[in-house]
Design a protein around this ligand. Structure first.
Ligand code: HEM
Length: 231
């Protein structure tokens, strides 16, 4: 049953992203380019993101390979890789939550971004957004809560402390929170690449152009926060 659910959620999310790209196209396709003169992410923030991304890919690939292959449970080498990647994921996610929670609190102006759906359906330019827009803030809290659930339930499966019913509940919490995270991560990857050209460089080089900042995060750009020239 979980196998069917996993296939439906993964194909459904990927399909929705492709459909969005074909029907609506990238809403801010003109915001790419320009001199990357504004610092957006520090080295520590980029390292934490890379650690979380790489460990998440390992955990997702090993866990879902077992599920999609119809194995009764995760075993052998795949289980070993899953064990090794787990602490890296916990550390990366904790660093991200600690570092970005101050910028992820919802503000009254986020309501406008939400109502206009970030301009992703009906094109709207310069919707109010601080360092993170309302969609990114929602994604942040989803990762924080589902990430906490996947880590706690994973630890609970490793060191069983509950009765068989409790352990079975833990397995389902682990499965569902993992699937929820994978589906949102697919959408997050789409939004950070194909849907918003020029955005991926922010998390790789840590810098963005003024044009990009004005189009995506006008209030953050206006505040001049973290602004410094690259020269
Ligand atoms: C600290 C983090 C994590 C720990 C300690 C952990 C631990 C475990 C353990 C012990 C199992 C075997 C469950 C069992 O059969 O008893 C498992 C399975 C699995 N894990 Fe994780 N895990 C972690 C994070 C993740 C993440 C982030 C994902 C997804 C991206 C994930 C996806 C899966 C999947 C899909 C399975 C297979 C479940 C099944 O057999 O139906 N895990 N994990």
């Amino acid at each position: 049953m979980f196998r069917v659910l996993a296939i439906a959620a993964i194909i459904g999310t990927a399909g929705a992203c492709v459909l969005h790209l074909l029907v609506f196209g990238p809403p801010h396709k003109d915001a790419g380019g320009g001199k990357p003169e504004i610092r957006r992410f520090s080295v520590l923030e980029r390292l934490a993101h890379a650690l979380t991304l790489l460990s998440f890919l390992t955990l997702g690939a090993t866990g879902f390979y077992a599920v999609l292959s119809g194995w009764p449970s995760l075993t052998g080498k795949l289980m070993l890789y899953h064990y090794y990647a787990a602490p890296a994921f916990a550390i990366g996610a904790a660093l991200i939550v600690a570092g970005w929670s101050a910028d992820a609190g919802f503000k009254p102006y986020d309501l406008r971004w939400m109502i206009q759906m970030g301009g992703y359906i009906w094109k709207r330019d310069h919707l109010p957004a601080g360092r993170f827009n309302a969609g990114q803030k929602a994604y942040f809290w989803i990762v924080a809560t589902a990430g906490f659930a996947v880590i706690l339930s994973g630890l609970g499966r490793l060191w069983p402390a509950l009765d068989p019913t409790g352990q079975c509940v833990l397995l389902w919490v682990h499965r569902l929170s993992a699937l929820f995270l994978v589906a949102w991560a697919l959408a997050h990857a789409y939004l950070g690449t194909l849907a918003n050209p020029g955005t991926i460089q922010a998390i790789i080089t840590g810098r963005v152009s003024e044009k990009w900042a004005k189009a995506h995060h006008p209030l953050w750009e206006k505040s001049g926060k973290d602004k410094e020239t690259s020269s």
